[in-house]
Structures are given as C-alpha cells and as structure tokens.
Design a protein around this ligand. Structure first.
Ligand SMILES: Cc1ncc(COP(=O)(O)O)c(C=O)c1O
Length: 402
C-alpha cells in the first residue's frame, strides 16, 4: 500500500477525532520509524510515552511469539490460573512499593483509574473524589469527569457527579476541600498531559498525610510517570509516598495495550468477590509482554540511562532558552518527561510542524508546549541527533517570524 492510499482509507472510515499528521508509519526500530515510502523519522514521543524500550524491541517480539504460540487468553479468563500472569505478579512485587501487595490488570490507563475510583468508593463507603486542575486521567466518562481540563470534560455533560477540583501543588486548597465525604484523592505525581508540572518535593508526602488523616484514599496515577519515565521506577516510591492505589499503563508493556492497578493489603481486605473483573483480567499475552518489558527495564538499569539522558536534554534545552529568550518561556521536566514552553502557541505549532518537516516527531502539549518523551533506552548520539533537529526547527521558526 502507498501512504496516499492509507490516508484515503483512514480519512474516509476512521471516526473523525484527530487532525491527522499526513505520515503513514510502517515500521520502527529503537527510536526510529519509517513511513511507507521509506523516509526515516526520529520518534521523541515514544507513541505517547508507551514504547519505553524502543520500537520493534526484540525482547517484546520474542515474548509475543513465545506466548502466542502457547495461549493468548485462558479458558474462563481470570477464573483460571496462568503461569505468565504469576510470573508477572512476582516481578511486579519486586518493583512496586512494598506495601502495594495486591495487583489487578486492565487494558489501559483510563480503565485502571476508573477501577481505582470505583473501588475507593466501595472501600470507604464515601462518594466524593478530589482531583486536580490541569490533570489528565483518561477518556472514560468517570475518568473524563476526574480530568481537570475543560476541553476533555465540557462537551460530555452530564459528567459523573461528586468530583471536586483543587489546585495542583496547593496543600491548603486540598486541606480545605477534604471532608468526611471524600473517598479518594486522585493525583499524578508529575502532571504530564497538563504541561509537565512538577510539584514541590514535599507536596506529595504532605498530601498523603492529609488524606490519611481524613480517611481518604490516595490514588497515585502513575500511568505516565511509572516504569522509569522520570528516572525512578515509580515517582511516589522515590519520595516515600505510600499511595493506597497506584495505577499503571503506557510503559508497562512497551506498546502492547495493557494496564494495572496495585493496592495495599488494607484496601484489598475490604474488597470482595465480584467487586471488579473484566474479560481480559491479566490476559497471558499481555502479561508475557509486560514481564519482558519490566525485566528489560530492571536488567538494563534503565533508570540510570533516564537520569543521564534527561540531564543531557535539560542542559541543551536550557541552552535553547538562553539562545532564544524572546521565544522560549520555560524548559522543565524530570528524567525523560520534558517540555519546552514557548511564549506563543503559534510558535509551538510552527516548531512542531517544522520538526516534522525535518523528520522528528514531538508532541505539542497544552498549546504552547512541546513535550519530549522518547524511549527510555535512547542513546546519547540519538538524543543529540533529535535535539539538534529541535534546535534547528526553533531557529527556522524564529527566523521566519523576524
Ligand atoms: C496520567 C495519565 N492517566 C491516565 C491516562 C489515560 O491512559 P489511557 O490513554 O491508556 O487510557 C493518561 C494518558 O495520557 C495519563 O497521562
């Protein structure tokens, strides 16, 4: 098939939710992808924080082949046992914060969050949920209701009731909003989609303490930050924060659609047979892939690479800001979750377009930002190659605007 044919078919038959980029990707390798005509691009989005160990990663191919040759889905799904699921559970026990001893599986981040919210209500017998402005928790009706961005909520009224919002990073606001009706506080340890906002070091721990004092469960949404995206395996653990639920997806299976949520024993004790389920329930194929990905992250000490590459990128981005002070407002991020904030949305759009012209995928975020979140095993020369294109794209746009 040619790109042109692919465009025509997708434009005609796919639901119209996206302004599409006219590029049809056929294959990938590491941080690189190729379109149907054989043009090579660098992917600094890792498919929106998903392909954390790179495209066409051999350990994933091997796990897919091996497991699919055995079994994809168990008879009676979660009612029967699976060695692939057991192996994944064992490995997750090693990488998760130790108090999160019970795990269940989902197919996406939204689904994991949805389940955590639902179960928090059951466990506490309370109805209200607090979330933060600018947060993103998913696109199901309950997670859209928990998302603190008008664009993702307003069109879908009536939303789920009993959601309240506080300012991200503001403990006083949280303290004043918590009361005896609040079942859960759902929180991203670093806001990703909302524009890469990093709260002060003590915010998460103090928020945990406020929740605990109030009998409110803390749901740490680590869908984007989990699995070494910002350096540590999980942000909450690195800060000594004990969430009651921790939700995961994206990087967990390196591109295979999969998700999970973990909970403390205290929470699990209050749950009963039938409180949750689903058709897939930790489908053996997903489990085998997630196992391969997490093992890769651990065996290759990916955390260290993320720290190193993140520092390198921040240094270069800082240089961009110095070189283009009238164009760039801020550069920020942690590990490999990074953002350049431009002074004008139009500049971000044009830089993003120019990057694509120069064969680099970046993600425009919140209008004026460009988010960079490449594969976590990116090499130094690859990082430099991508950042060089980014710099050149900024320079081109600045010169055009003169
Ligand atoms: C923090 C966070 N939570 C939840 C989600 C939703 O995940 P999914 O798209 O897999 O449903 C996202 C997606 O970007 C996210 O960034």
């Amino acid at each position: 098939m040619s790109s042109q044919t692919t465009f025509e078919i997708e434009d005609k038959f796919m639901a119209p939710f996206f302004i599409k980029q006219k590029i049809s990707i056929e294959k990938g390798d590491g941080i690189y992808v190729w379109d149907e005509e054989g043009h090579r691009y660098i992917d600094f989005t890792s498919g929106w924080g998903v392909t954390c160990v790179g495209h066409a990663q051999p350990v994933i191919t091997e796990a897919l082949l091996k497991q699919s040759g055995k079994i994809l889905q168990n008879p009676n799904s979660g009612l029967t046992y699976s060695p692939a699921r057991a192996e994944l559970l064992l490995l997750m026990q090693k990488v998760l914060p130790s108090h999160l001893s019970r795990i269940f599986f989902a197919n996406s981040g939204a689904e994991a969050n949805d389940a955590a919210i639902k179960l928090a209500r059951k466990v506490t017998g309370r109805m209200d949920v607090i979330s933060t402005h600018k947060s993103f928790h998913g696109r199901t009706i309950s997670t859209a209701s928990a998302t603190g961005q008008a664009a993702h909520r307003e069109k879908f009224n009536p939303l789920m009731p009993n959601y309240r919002f506080v300012t991200y990073g503001d403990l006083k606001d949280l303290e004043e909003t918590l009361d005896e009706n609040v079942a859960a506080f759902i929180l991203e340890p670093i806001q990703g989609e909302g524009g890469v906002h990093i709260p002060s070091g003590e915010y998460l721990k103090k928020a945990e303490n406020l929740c605990r004092k109030n009998g409110t469960l803390l749901i740490a949404d680590e869908v984007q930050t989990g699995f070494c995206r910002t350096g540590p395996m999980f942000v909450t653990e690195s800060l000594g924060v004990q969430a009651d639920f921790l939700t995961m997806a994206k990087g967990i299976a390196g591109g295979f659609p999969f998700g999970a949520f973990a909970m403390s024993e205290t929470v699990a004790e209050k749950l009963e047979i039938g409180d949750h389920g689903g058709t897939y329930c930790g489908n053996p194929l997903g489990c085998a892939v997630a196992h391969a990905v997490i093992k890769y992250l651990v065996d290759h000490n990916i955390s260290t690479n993320v720290d190193r590459m993140g520092r390198l990128a921040m240094k270069k981005m800082g240089q961009f800001q110095q070189d283009f002070p009238n164009t760039i407002n801020d550069v920020r991020g942690k590990g490999l979750l990074l953002l350049i904030e431009f002074k004008e949305e139009d500049t971000a759009t044009r830089v993003s377009d120019e990057c694509l012209q120069q064969k680099l995928f970046v993600r425009q975020t919140q209008g004026d930002g460009i988010r960079i979140f490449p594969a976590l095993n990116i090499k130094e020369d690859e990082m430099e190659e991508g950042l060089e294109i980014l710099r050149s794209a900024i320079e081109t746009v600045v010169n055009q605007k003169r």
